[in-house]
Design a protein around this ligand. Structure first.
Ligand code: KIV
Length: 272
């Protein structure tokens, strides 16, 4: 049986074993109880309570407005739903960049108040001190390199990162730094696939790609994108598995028609 198949509860160690065995790791986002239950039942290995909740749940343009309280609320909803997957919670913008003590306090709040299993931070050498401090408290940390959406105002666009040699070399050095600091995995977002391959071969911890090609150790997508709920976002790397936007609109239209024509509720749908 596969390592993922054997795991009744996925841990950071399961992911490491999967990398060693060449078994692809699956990760999806979830932000609420009902969908997290379905995602967990679908057999995904890692559930990310991503700060992409800012875009898909709250309707913000960026992830910057997300607060620690918002993330803890979403994480609590997901934790109640999940039996098997490892739950990772994004530390939101402004809760770990200032100093490592603040970072540790933020991570402790997430772990204590939500019951999640680990946290994710965006960035490399600039935030390694915060990562080290969080790890001293026994909190597992996932890294995130490449396109780091919390820095959107620095980048200016959501285009592919690290096409130039200098940025690619920094990214490889950062990946090694995060591995050395003790991260259990690293998300690689929107970077050229040959670079993602180099990173994945250079470190022993798993890499999980989004727009980073096939030569990484796992893949992650934002749930609302892959379910076809958020149709205004269509990057090349996104595969849609459903078109729920259209299905939901049809269902709502049908309900509106049924009520207006007095077809709903029928005699079987009411009490004597
Ligand atoms: O917040 C998020 O959903 C993420 C993924 C894009 C990896 O960080």
């Amino acid at each position: 049986m596969s390592i993922a198949g054997k795991a009744r509860k996925v841990t950071t160690n399961t992911l490491l074993e999967m990398k060693r065995a060449g078994e692809p790791i699956t990760m999806l986002t979830a932000y609420d109880y009902s969908l997290a239950r379905l995602v967990d039942a679908g057999g995904v290995d890692v559930i990310l309570v991503g700060d992409s909740a800012s875009n898909v749940m709250a309707g913000n343009e960026t992830t910057v407005p997300m607060t620690l309280d918002h993330m803890i609320y979403h994480a609590q909803c997901v934790v109640r739903a999940v039996d098997r997957a490892l739950i990772v919670v994004d530390m939101p913008f402004g809760t770990y960049q200032g100093n490592s003590r603040h970072a540790l306090e933020s991570a402790i709040r997430i772990m204590k108040e939500s019951g999640a299993h680990s946290v994710k931070l965006e960035g490399g050498s600039e935030i390694v001190e915060s990562i080290q401090r969080i790890l001293t408290a026994g909190i597992p940390v996932m890294g995130h390199l490449g396109l780091t959406p919390q820095s959107i105002y620095k980048f200016g666009t959501y285009t592919v990162r690290a096409r130039e040699d200098a940025e690619a070399e920094k990214l490889i050095a950062d990946a090694k730094l995060l591995e050395g600091a003790g991260c259990f995995a690293i998300v690689l977002e929107k970077i050229p696939s040959p670079l993602a391959k180099r990173v994945s071969e250079a470190i022993a911890i798993p890499t999980i790609g989004i727009g980073a090609g096939s030569d990484v150790d796992g893949q992650v997508l934002v749930l609302h994108d892959m379910l076809g709920i958020t149709m205004d976002f269509s990057p090349r790397f996104l595969r849609r598995y459903l078109n729920l936007e259209s299905d939901i609109k049809k269902a709502v239209n049908a309900f509106v028609d049924d009520v207006r024509t007095k077809d709903f509720p029928n005699p079987d749908e009411q009490y004597e």
